[in-house]
Design a protein around this ligand. Structure first.
Ligand code: PMV
Length: 323
């Protein structure tokens, strides 16, 4: 009754920000992401009759708060398997945790896949995506590799709110450089940030209203391998999400000065014809997405910006794997 899974982190090009149902963790908007090859969580799950509650170790540290979401995901799987056994979960990330690098995405995707294997449930990827969503909205996308779309869904029970693959990673092998501009945990999690935005940001309504057109444009750009159009819609989606976040009361400003320097540098490169654009989530790190031909130049430019601590490089990754 044990298994280990590896799931990769992903970054959204068209962002998820806002929930239509907090209990079921249903998103207010759909999203489109790419799965990253070199940023992963390895999660080992072992069901054990000696345990009285689920026990979560994240990078060697016991987690009390995160455990509630872990238990919520495991409860769904336990019910399907007809067991009450509690689990020991050991999860390790090979990248900075909770600094806007979507560790919850890879972590919950790996958790659900490992627990499914440990219980021998053999659920399909769509069912795993629906269950991973309960842990973290972005985790629903990390079940799959390459380019992925998360559907907002209309059903109250969330049965149509799942991710599915859009395009294989081999079909458009983009690269991602992650500029680390700060270490340590962020102050406001994306989950509580988006909930505050939805209730206080005057721009939240416009964010939701203008979102479907961005999803359509990004999907078309991906199917056509149209870099410039994907760049335009992704950067706009990112700016719109942060506009809604910044206008939240109290404000959510996830950027530091170096984050902004990186945004300018990436946009200056693209003005010079280099195929690169940026995105950024609920943290200070910048992700630069580029064609293979531009990797070295983008790496050099980002590494040269004062305050950039490290630049990680990755291609696009596969979906969750049992190891
Ligand atoms: O999956 P969560 O609940 O951590 O939310 C992720 C939100 C963003 O990273 C800001 C955007 C996204 O779509 O990944």
């Amino acid at each position: 009754m044990q298994a280990t899974a590896r799931a990769r982190s992903n970054i959204a090009l068209v962002k998820y920000w806002g929930k239509r149902d907090a209990a079921l963790n249903l998103p207010a908007v759909g999203s489109i992401s790419i799965t990253l090859d070199q940023l992963w969580s390895d999660t080992h799950v072992q069901f054990d009759e000696a345990l009285t509650k689920d026990d979560l170790l994240l990078d060697g540290h016991r987690q009390e708060q995160q455990s509630m979401r872990v238990t919520a995901c495991l409860d769904i799987l336990r019910e399907l398997a007809g067991t009450k056994l509690r689990a020991r979960i050991e999860s390790a990330n090979n990248f900075p945790t909770a600094a806007g690098l979507a560790s919850s995405a890879s972590g919950f995707a790996a958790l659900v896949a490992a627990a499914d294997a440990a219980l021998d449930l053999q659920l399909g990827p769509r069912e795993l995506s629906i269950i991973a969503r309960r842990g973290s909205g972005s985790a629903a996308r990390s079940i799959f590799g390459g380019f992925v779309e998360m559907h907002v869904g209309v059903e109250r029970d969330g049965t149509d709110s799942y991710a599915e693959p859009l395009l294989d990673r081999q079909d458009w092998p983009l690269h991602v450089l992650v500029a680390i501009t700060a270490r340590g945990r962020k102050e406001i999690s994306s989950g509580s940030g988006m909930t505050q935005s939805a209730s206080t940001s005057p721009y939240f309504e416009a964010w939701v209203k203008t979102h479907p057109a961005d999803l359509d444009a990004a999907r078309q750009a991906i199917f056509a391998r149209d870099f410039d159009h994907l760049a335009d819609v992704s950067e706009q989606s990112c700016f719109k999400m942060h506009a809604a976040a910044i206008a939240t009361d109290p404000p959510l400003l996830y950027w530091n000065g170096v984050t902004v320097d990186c945004i300018h540098a990436v946009r200056a490169l693209r003005r010079r014809g280099v195929p690169v654009f940026f995105t950024n989530d609920a943290g200070p790190q910048i992700k630069a997405i580029c064609e293979a031909s531009a990797v070295n130049e983008v790496q050099a430019v980002l590494a040269d910006i004062p305050g950039v601590l490290e630049v990680l490089q990755t291609g696009l990754g596969p979906g969750v794997e049992i190891r």
